[in-house]
Design a protein around this ligand. Sequence first.
Ligand code: BG6
Ligand code: MG
Length: 219
Amino acid sequence: MKSALKAVIFDLDGVLTDTAGYHYLAWRKVADELGIYFDERINERLKGVERMRSLEIVFERADRGFTDQEKRLWADKKNEYYKELIETMTPSKVAPGARELLITLKEKGIKTGLASVSKNAQTVIEKLQIKEFFDYMADATIIKQGKPDPEIFLTVADNLQVAAECCIGVEDAAAGIKAIKTAGMFAVGIGDPQVLSEADEVIASIVGFDLQKYIEMVF
Ligand code: BG6
Ligand code: MG
């Protein structure tokens, strides 16, 4: 028997808003200050990956070692740059089509969850003024394993009291798509089909999210 769609669980950065670009700019500033080579291709690997693990990836190209204390200092610096960038955000920064989709889901009685590993997620959600749309938001502080571990998606589904096979997960990161698939959910990727090859469907932006099509396909 087919299961029914009961919830859609969204990643935040790069899905509901373009903060993926801000994370990139903040890391780029750190890399430039340290003379470390950094480009968009390396940045792809940072998507969905928590802060200290991201730092390790950026520092792979450094020509010297860094102590743990130095690493923490640079991670804090990156976060300060990032916070400066998100400070100016307004509700106009909600990705085109995202608010409309959240409204449609509410109208249809489909639950919504947020699965972001960012410690700044609450600030961004408040700036975008979309908090009211979510039935449950996973807090980065309660998650032990980052993506690609399925923990965050399973935690959200659990709190929404919905079985994993009744959920769609939406992600812009390869690590996030892996987390969704390992959790046993239908995965919608936002971005490049080559990068997100493990997704069930890949769309260029949330505008292309075709709820009816996914329901007919799987649920
Ligand atoms: C994810 C981003 O949502 O959050 C990553 O895709 C980022 O790029 C991670 O590193 C952690 O964010 P923060 O705000 O806690 O540094
Ligand atoms: Mg993301």
